[in-house]
Design a protein around this ligand. Structure first.
Ligand code: GRF
Length: 238
């Protein structure tokens, strides 16, 4: 059963804010279990700030350069999160590493989106590295934030094919379109308590899981979805 109170989500950004836009759109829908109550940027020129303003969402700019060290910077971020009354924090293109103290304070309540299928391609330039590696399937991941960068317990992933002739830009656009669906899904699971961090792993509960079970890349045109995995297995089991 859905809890009556929507979770208060704050979003940390450093730039464009297209994932922020996806979260704002999702949260504007009736029945979505979270609302976006505040945006924090470390950069005053982050495009996402304009978006927050357009939607009347309070925003704070907390530039790194105003502080002597990361702990002091993160203390100011924590103060802003408290001001917003945040229950959940979404990192959406936030380009700074967080201090261990801030990460620990939000354990199980802070999530990040990474433009690759982790544990592959942690860090930057994921699309160029995926192309260079020649993978046929790439994608994006939402995970709980832990001390290890881009490596926390996975909440949800979306896979996209890498197609012949893909450029960095084209592949990035395909992954980004998936991100915009994945992040609202993952936030809703966390907000509803259906995805929880327990003992260093993500526990999913009461999550509908259906849809295509195999992504082929290159695609297998003749693939029939008629038979389920279990049915197929049963044919080979005496
Ligand atoms: C996204 O690709 C996200 O996965 C990564 O940084 C990018 C942010 O894009 N962490 P945007 O600011 O949400 O448009």
């Amino acid at each position: 059963m859905r809890s009556a109170r929507r979770k208060r989500a704050a979003v940390l950004i450093s730039g464009r804010g297209s994932n922020l836009a996806a979260l704002i759109t999702a949260a504007s829908e009736a029945g979505y279990p979270a609302e976006i109550v505040g945006v924090i940027s470390n950069r005053a020129d982050a495009k996402g700030l304009e978006l927050a303003a357009r939607h009347g969402i309070p925003a704070r700019v907390v530039p790194q350069g105003d502080f002597t060290d990361r702990e002091a910077h993160d203390a100011a971020i924590e103060a802003a999160l408290q001001e917003f009354g945040a229950d959940v924090v979404c990192l959406a293109g936030y380009m700074l590493l967080l201090s261990p103290g801030l990460v620990a304070a939000w354990e199980g309540r802070m999530i990040n989106i990474h433009p690759a299928l982790i544990p592959s391609f942690k860090g930057l330039d994921t699309h160029a590295r995926a192309l260079a590696a020649g993978v046929r399937i790439h994608g994006c991941t939402v995970h709980f934030v832990t001390h290890d960068v881009d490596a926390g317990p996975i909440i949800a992933q979306a896979a996209v094919p890498v197609l012949a002739g893909d450029t960095n830009q084209v592949l990035a656009a395909r992954v980004l379109a998936a991100e915009h669906k994945l992040y609202p899904l993952a936030l809703s699971l966390v907000a509803e308590g259906k995805a929880r961090l327990e003992g260093g792993r993500t526990v999913l509960e009461d999550v509908a899981d259906h849809g295509p079970t195999v992504l082929f890349s290159p695609s297998l045109a003749a693939l029939s979805d008629a038979e389920s995995d279990l049915e197929a297995l049963a044919r080979f089991t005496p």
